[in-house]
Design a protein around this ligand. Sequence first.
Ligand code: NAP
Ligand code: MG
Length: 484
Amino acid sequence: MATKNKNTFEFAPAPESTGHIQLRDQYDLFIGGKWIKPKSGKYFKTINPATEKQIATVADASEKDVDLAVKAARKAFKGWSQLPARERGKYLFRLARLIQEKARELAVIESLDGGKPIRESRDIDIPLAAAHFFYHAGWADKLDYAFPNRSVEPLGVAGQIIPWNFPLLMAAWKLAPALACGNTVVLKPAETTPLTALKLAEIIEEAGFPEGVVNIVTGAGKTGAAIVNHPDVNKIAFTGSTEVGKLIQRATAASDKKLTLELGGKAANIIFEDAAINQAVEGVINGIYFNQGHVCCAGSRLFVQESVFDEVTTKLKARIENLVVGDPLDKNTDIGAINSKGQLETINKYLEIGKDEGLEMFQSSCAVPKKGFWCKPTIFTGAAQSNRIVQEEIFGPVLAVQTFRTISEVVQKANNTPYGLSAGVWTDKGSKIFNLTSQLRAGVIWANTFNKFDPTSPFGGYKESGFGREGGIHGLEAYLKFND
Ligand code: NAP
Ligand code: MG
């Protein structure tokens, strides 16, 4: 399971927080370093998907609020971009350290607001968010080394729109490189998971950032569209669905906004007969059930070499029986709540589609709580390339299993979706890994592991999974203008 998949880096442990969760009943917009009421006076609820209870109300930002935020970011841009670069680095370092200090509180809020297991928020999301700020703090005064003999400057105001599956981590992926490069930001978290971004705004205040450098505006899709369409925004960074990504691409086509899109995926996880099967089964479980399968790079298509199909599927079925589905705040939980009612409906629709397509469905027999949104870990076997559950992103704990005989067959099948974000290969043979990685059309390919992330590694897609990279030197390019 995901929690066994330890990250590859470690930091000195942050001082333990008190464990006390401080949440307001109502959140305004964080604009120009102040908390401002939305012009419309409208607020929306954010709920805990495990209980369906309201946690807080959050400001619904209109075009006018977005305009204020963009103006604040523009006003702050000159000062921020002309600050000695090492000073910008110090702010990012301070922010990273504060995230570490408040890690426990942030992890609990992330699990409350979004439904993910606390072990994942605590061991993966929050430490990785801090790691992104630490990493980019180091880049702030080294851009000359990153791009030797090139003349670079920040783009200006960056509009950033993020999804609900890794709320704080996605905020970190977006903010850290933008700020390190000298840009100012207007960021919109997803409607169902705004709380850790708002908590981050409080931390940004505490870190003493100059006002207007980071502005956080909450709202639904139309708030995102207002950022995309604002004429004084120089860059749009979007992570979300391919559908909305295409809308944004169209909306920005005639402008000079620099655009990066991190979109959907339908990753192939490929097990060869020579693989360490138990390890591979564990990797498949982590690949698809981590974060309820709400993962753009989830290993949602499993390809098993024919000779080991029975062994792999028998072990997979036994393993999902042991996964604990339930309270996200319980540290024994493996699979938390589905993020929203809407997402649960989408997943259930795909379960029906899979059954209608004649596939064999296997679900764990565990009980799930009555209140809240839940989906048991699910496996479909007997899937074919043409099945909708093989071609379309479900974004839930649903695995489609297919078989293959030869390398060329599996390469052809693995590449045969509109997406190209990630893939996994399980084999004892290094030569097979090299062969596969050169043929698979995926931005990230893991060998004998899955769902490993590190700020030094670029992440991003091919085909309809988007363009541009986040992380590493590549991620900095997305926030710079090259003048030569
Ligand atoms: P989504 O519906 O596309 O939403 C993403 C963000 O865009 C949300 O903040 C959303 O606001 C906002 N938005 C919606 N309509 C918009 C519009 N017309 N203009 C501007 N912004 C708009 O995606 P999601 O359902 O939240 O996230 C799931 C999708 O994200 C999956 O397809 C997944 O694969 C993809 N994803 C990709 C990556 C990656 O790195 N490649 C990472 C994570 C997720 P509201 O939600 O508040 O309405
Ligand atoms: Mg919520």
